[in-house]
Design a protein around this ligand. Sequence first.
Ligand SMILES: Cc1cc2nc3c(=O)[nH]c(=O)nc-3n(C[C@H](O)[C@H](O)[C@H](O)COP(=O)(O)OP(=O)(O)OC[C@H]3O[C@@H](n4cnc5c(N)ncnc54)[C@H](O)[C@@H]3O)c2cc1C
Length: 435
Amino acid sequence: MTARGSSVDFYDVVVVGGGPAGIMAAIRAASLGDAKLKKNVILIERNSSIGRKILITGKGRCNLTNSADIDGFIGKFGKSGQFLRSAFYKFSSDDLREFFKKNSLGIKVERQGRVFPSDDRSLSVVKALEKALADNNVKVLTGSRVMGIREEGGIFSLKIEGATEIWTKRLILATGGASYKVTGSTGDGFHFAKLLGHTFNPLRPGLVPLKTKERWAGEMQGLTLKNISIAFEYGSKKITSEVGELLFTHFGVSGPLVLDLSAQVVDLIQEKKEVILSIDLKPGLTGEQLDNRLLRETGSHGSINIKTLLKDLLPLKMIPVFASTLNIDPAKRINQLKHDERHAIVKLLKAFRLTITGSLPLEEAMVTCGGIPVKDINPRTMESRIKPGLYFAGEIIDATAPSGGYNLQQAFSTGYLAGESAANPDFSRKGGAGA
Ligand SMILES: Cc1cc2nc3c(=O)[nH]c(=O)nc-3n(C[C@H](O)[C@H](O)[C@H](O)COP(=O)(O)OP(=O)(O)OC[C@H]3O[C@@H](n4cnc5c(N)ncnc54)[C@H](O)[C@@H]3O)c2cc1C
């Protein structure tokens, strides 16, 4: 097509960003329309291939969703949870699994309802998505970074590096967040949204390792504590975890328990609150039960020293740090322990404390918190409330969850809903695309 004397290509629906949200949006939009009049849909991706971030998810295994029910999903997204209700109803975790099965991908469910491809390969997930794109005749334009977007009279025009300008009336922005930039998610979408009249909430790291003031955390680098629980304390308040795992790193702490609560801690640190990480090394026992256990040990093996006693209670790598924090000579025999010293051991087992000073940067966070505020998006369609014809899907939206497959399902569900609404705007604006 030629417009204003220059050559441009026109599409019914244009999707920017070939991550899970954009891919699903393109598949859904292209699947609509009657047999003769299929929607003409293009997916534009800056990398030479789609789904780069999917490849590194779940440590290369891709935890693609969770078997939780819809309310379980909504609960994981905190304040943004209700906004996602329509999207999760429209395309649920069950629907996603059915979709993958139809596209020849075996699925399995593991502990805590985490869903993976049955061959443990994230590449198989990308292959299944590529198959669905091809089956639905989506034009996929890779190696093509969108450089700028303008809107005039309801028509969006996209400037693309090394390619013809593209025009559309229905544009879906699915450019992801701004972390792990090497995968292509450099935050371009926030800039485009701003050009189109939107604001966005400040970007912060989520699912991110935390730094501690205590250098000795580094002495335990590589040590994973299992079956412990943690609490982040600030003033008289605290955020607590379930029982799980924590990993010591050269700069502080990581592992599932820390990552899942990290977004809240990052917010507290930004508010200049002092945050203490308190690790309960024996969550299955009360302080009293632990004290009784130490007393029994003193009665039956009183001549052993503290270091030997601790071997029964703690991983080897932790003992020197634990003993030096206690400030009791580790060679002291346990039957020489004073009442106060025994109590100090119990106290430290129940509350091993470190001071949080910050987090690794956004670049190293698994998700980006912040982004397009949900109040500016219609939850029943994913259409912008500010610029008609513009839709959002995936991590560009300010709606993230802890680990467990919830974030990928968010991307797939909002992508599906955005794709459906963009392909059927009149229908969806009348409320047809709701739950
Ligand atoms: C290490 C790691 C592990 C993770 N593991 C899991 C997991 O197991 N389970 C889970 O649920 N979540 C996981 N996540 C989070 C999950 O990957 C993201 O939430 C999800 O990928 C977001 O999807 P999206 O489509 O919105 O964005 P992205 O996947 O980031 O895709 C956005 C795409 O847009 C493209 N793009 C950006 N700008 C432009 C432009 N200007 N022009 C053209 N293309 C552009 C990018 O190249 C990219 O391909 C993990 C994240 C990381 C970093």
